[in-house]
Write a protein that binds this ligand. Sequence first.
Ligand SMILES: [Zn+2]
Length: 270
Amino acid sequence: MAEVPEVETIVRDLREAVVGQTVRETDVLQPAAVRFPTVDEFTALVTDRIFLEAQRRAKYILLPLSGDIELAVHFALWGTLVLVPTEQSRLPETLIIWHLDQDQDMRLVDKLGYARAAVGTPDVLAERLDLNSLGPEALDPNFDVDILSRQLIRRRGVLKTVLLNQRVLAGLGNRDADESLWLAAIDPRRSAASLTSDELIRLHTAIGKVLAEGIALRGTQRDLFGHKGQAIHRRNIFEKSGQPCPRCSTRIAYLRIGGRNTFYCPNCQH
Ligand SMILES: [Zn+2]
């Protein structure tokens, strides 16, 4: 599943292998994959431009191009980008292909077909993707326990739901929220505003650890070059209902919170 460690892994790969390359041609195979503008405008705006940088904001990949244009890519649940030789056969789930230099393609692929790309000036992208409403980045070196506390203190909602609200905190997906709450030994059903200062410190530390570990293991999906990340083996509770909690051996419980699958230990998360 494409959460922040998976997206960040791809962004780092893009910096290494795509920044500096020119888009020679653009093929939109699935028109629905272009969020805006029209497919023709999208193709015309991106083609013949050079990738200048690769950045991430929440789960958006932002690729500034020459000429004050930016390409934004969002993977939704299972999308990804791959860099392959142009001659390599296309997977049926290929949505968009950017032909680059040296007979290489960058391809947006998604077996569910939900991944999206958009292009515009940085101002247009910020407005239409609502980028300025996003909360502080959990991976930002300046993200400290005071910021977490400030973001949660006035929120009456259920903790798990509040943590997934990207306007409160950008960077926690469903899986990483469950793993962080387990690591911090905090019950996901609590009210966000009810956390003590000790619990806030534990949660802040846990979020940092879960994200850093996910990135160090290069996520759970394949990277830009097709190598599989190793983080899937390091989950403690996510999608493990009925299995023993690694901390106290109680069976891991499952419930839906705010419409999202939630896994937690009913014994050691308070
Ligand atoms: Zn437990």
